[in-house]
Design a protein around this ligand. Structure first.
Ligand code: FAD
Length: 380
């Protein structure tokens, strides 16, 4: 059965080859060490910048590589095929899109080239100890003072938090104005009195990703640090940009499903029990036949989503469907695959075991899947 994604072309094939070679040389050999130290090497970001993979779909005039969403999707796919969950390009690219679509011209010119080159690493800080799904309940504030804005509060579970040089901080500029009082603040973390990175959190998976707590104690930022230059636009900006993030999570989910299937087929072909290879048992064949069918459906669906992103017509319901359905499927498929590895599937030296642990959070971050269903239900 032959299938090529309708958005693939010769130029993207060349780009994929280059990314694959980069990942094999600069990512795969270091995964174990990054897991131990709980973050990638800072140098990787510079190398990724030189390679042109950090902002693959941001216009050249802002330092990006000038590609389409398909280019960015290829980067995420190749990282997933190589089993990488440490290099936080996903969040970095998400932040770049906030700046591209919601920032002032000055903010775009200042930050996008630095993000493209890897001179700055980006993070986005929404979640707080007391508010994750219910973002309107955040308590961080950014209050206007003569010198600019003073930010106070704490954030939790922030991807890229340890290495980030630029953090989009969700804060209340008018604490009594509900959703209309929320703004996104651009915070540069170098030489930033009052800013503190807490511990890198110990997770069950994605061990090489620097997920952190962050603390803001009277952090002063200039008056022009409000994303887009106008206070109170934060909630609208979040709702506008979250579909990009959710589609990306779907892209990675499908790549993980494809990888799990491939690893499992290889394993059951060579592993023997009761005098035959596991693949000769009807249960194995039926389970893998079902997974291959589901992987094909998932691929067809995500290709439609990628095409919609490329055409600029992705909507919030479809992105929520991609995020919820594909991440649920990813966890189910990887669990079934792990079963076919037997005890080896439970050993961390086997990639399927890591994939199992890495996958679980896909149903939680980017908006829990229950929240995705609420969003989809609103469109009924
Ligand atoms: C590894 C990792 C990386 C992350 N990276 C980032 C990041 O970079 N930036 C960032 O800001 N955040 C990040 N997060 C936070 C993540 O987005 C939140 O954990 C997520 O939104 C859920 O919020 P919460 O943990 O506060 O759970 P809660 O809001 O307490 O929800 C707990 C559970 O309750 C249920 N629930 C909640 N609301 C509803 C509802 N309305 N209807 C039905 N059920 C509901 C869901 O099952 C949900 O999982 C990350 C989290 C992890 C674990």
């Amino acid at each position: 059965m032959h299938y090529t994604s309708p958005w693939m072309n010769a130029e993207l094939e060349g780009f994929r080859d280059a990314i694959r070679r980069f990942v094999a040389a600069e990512v795969a050999p270091h995964q174990e060490r990054w897991s131990q130290q709980q973050h990638v090497d800072r140098e990787l970001w510079h190398k990724g910048g030189e390679m042109g993979m950090l902002l693959a779909d941001i216009p050249v005039e802002y330092g990006g590589s000038g590609g389409s969403f398909a280019h960015q999707a290829v980067v995420f796919e190749e990282l997933t095929y190589a089993g990488d969950m440490a290099f936080g390009i996903h969040v970095h690219a998400i932040v770049a899109h906030y700046i591209l679509n919601q920032g002032t011209e000055a903010q775009k010119q200042k930050y996008l080239p630095l993000l493209a080159s890897g001179e700055m690493v980006a993070a986005i800080a929404m979640s707080e100890p007391g508010a994750g799904s219910d973002l309107k309940g955040i308590r961080s504030t950014a209050l206007r003072s003569e010198a600019g804005y003073r930010i106070n509060g704490s954030k939790i579970f922030i991807s890229n938090g340890y290495l980030a040089d630029l953090i989009v901080v969700v804060a209340k500029t008018s604490p009594d104005a509900g959703a209309k009082g929320i703004s996104l603040m651009l915070v540069e973390t170098r030489n930033c009195p009052g800013f503190k990175v807490g511990r890198i959190l110990e997770k069950i998976g994605q061990k090489g990703q620097d997920t952190c707590e962050l603390f803001f104690d009277d952090v002063l930022v200039p008056a022009d640090a409000v994303l887009g230059g106008v206070e109170g636009e934060g909630f609208r900006q979040l709702m506008t940009e979250l579909p990009y993030e959710r589609t990306i999570l779907g892209v990675s989910a499908v790549a993980a499903i494809e990888r799990a299937l491939q690893l499992t087929v290889e394993h059951v072909r060579q592993r023997k029990a009761f005098g035959q290879a596991l693949i000769e048992m009807q249960n194995t064949r039926f389970v893998l036949a079902e997974i291959k069918t589901e992987a094909t459906i998932a691929r067809t669906f995500i290709d439609r989503c990628i095409a919609d992103m490329m055409e600029g017509r992705m909507d919030t319901e479809l992105a929520s469907m991609a995020k919820y359905w594909l991440s649920d499927l990813q966890c189910k498929v990887i669990d079934q695959c792990l079963q076919l590895f037997g005890g080896y599937g439970y050993m961390l030296e086997y990639p399927i075991a890591r994939m199992y642990a890495d996958a679980r959070v896909q149903r939680i971050y980017g908006g829990a899947n229950e929240i995705m269903k609420e969003i989809i239900a609103r469109s009924l």
